[in-house]
Design a binder for this molecule. Structure first.
Ligand SMILES: Nc1ncnc2c1ncn2[C@@H]1O[C@H](COP(=O)(O)OP(=O)(O)O)[C@@H](O)[C@H]1O
Ligand SMILES: [Mg+2]
Length: 263
């Protein structure tokens, strides 16, 4: 993968504010299942926030609420000071399974969003080409998703999201299904991308090491049902790389988070 400086300029990063957010999923003839029980959280513009918690504590629910896919039952959900009322191109969402249309090539997948919005211009095409260069897929622009490896599909999905210049990136265990080597490559790519562009990122993971490596802060969710347990500052120097995971400071930071998680 080449340097990320070839990326198009992203829009001004924006902050996120959650206050007392609750969500209960209704179930037929049974008591509803409370997924979120009063979550409050702030993410500063340009911050890399990791959301950590055990399985079922509502991490995906929270991300889906921020993305506008699911409405909260109560509480305040603001992105850039505006209440979230539905999905929008200001928020780019990446899941564990990359979202690509199987009948479109890499190039067509990347340009799908701008086309759908009527924003397909020569300038956008130039950005798409630069993006594919950046994510190392310039040679795969005419390939279909089934012809790409797992890591390549992820990078294609990345390019597809970044072409919209999102002000916030919402990532739900994006690298959870990748092998260790591809995962480390993607983490490095994400760190470089963020270092360069300082897009606000909310990154869901259940992996303490990943949260420590990536985040400025780690919000630990309790539950289920999910509530905010603690928000921990990661005071490790930037830029970070995978080599840092062996330093004493890193191991100590990891231990601190694990203690909170298990308390
Ligand atoms: N669409 C849904 N319908 C019913 N229950 C759901 C739905 N989505 C999530 N839940 C429930 O909400 C809780 C939190 O789920 P989720 O947000 O996926 O947790 P996490 O991502 O932290 O593993 C779980 O008990 C889950 O079963
Ligand atoms: Mg989840």
């Amino acid at each position: 993968m080449s340097t990320v400086t070839a990326l198009p300029a992203t829009a001004q990063p924006t902050g996120v504010r959650l206050r007392d957010v609750t969500k209960t999923f209704r179930r037929r003839r049974r008591a509803g299942r409370t997924a979120l029980d009063g979550v409050s959280l702030d993410v500063a513009p340009g911050e890399f926030l990791c959301l950590l918690g055990p399985s079922g504590c509502g991490k995906s629910t929270l991300l889906n609420i921020l993305a506008g896919f699911t409405p909260a039952d109560s509480g305040e959900v603001l992105v850039g000071g505006e209440p979230v009322r539905g999905p929008g191109p200001d928020r780019g969402v990446l899941f564990q399974t990359p979202t690509l249309f199987p009948w479109l090539t890499t190039w067509q997948n990347v340009l799908y969003g701008p086309k759908a919005r009527g924003a397909h211009t020569p300038e956008v095409e130039r950005e798409a080409a630069a993006l594919l260069e950046t994510v190392g897929l310039a040679d795969a622009r005419d390939a279909y998703p089934h012809e790409l490896s797992g890591g390549m599909r992820h990078r294609a999905a990345f390019a597809r999201v970044l072409i919209n210049r999102p002000r916030v990136l919402l990532m739900d265990e994006p690298f959870g299904a990748l092998d260790a080597i591809t995962r480390a490559t993607m983490q490095r790519f994400l760190l470089e991308l963020w270092q360069e562009h300082r897009t606000t990122i909310v990154f869901v993971t259940h992996d303490v090491e990943e949260a420590t490596l990536l985040g400025d802060r780690v919000a630990v969710l309790s539950g289920p049902p999910g509530g905010t347990k603690a928000v921990i500052d990661i005071d490790l120097p930037r830029p970070r790389s995978y080599d840092d995971t062996e330093t004493l400071a890193f191991v100590q930071a990891k231990r601190r988070i694990r203690e909170v998680l298990e308390s």
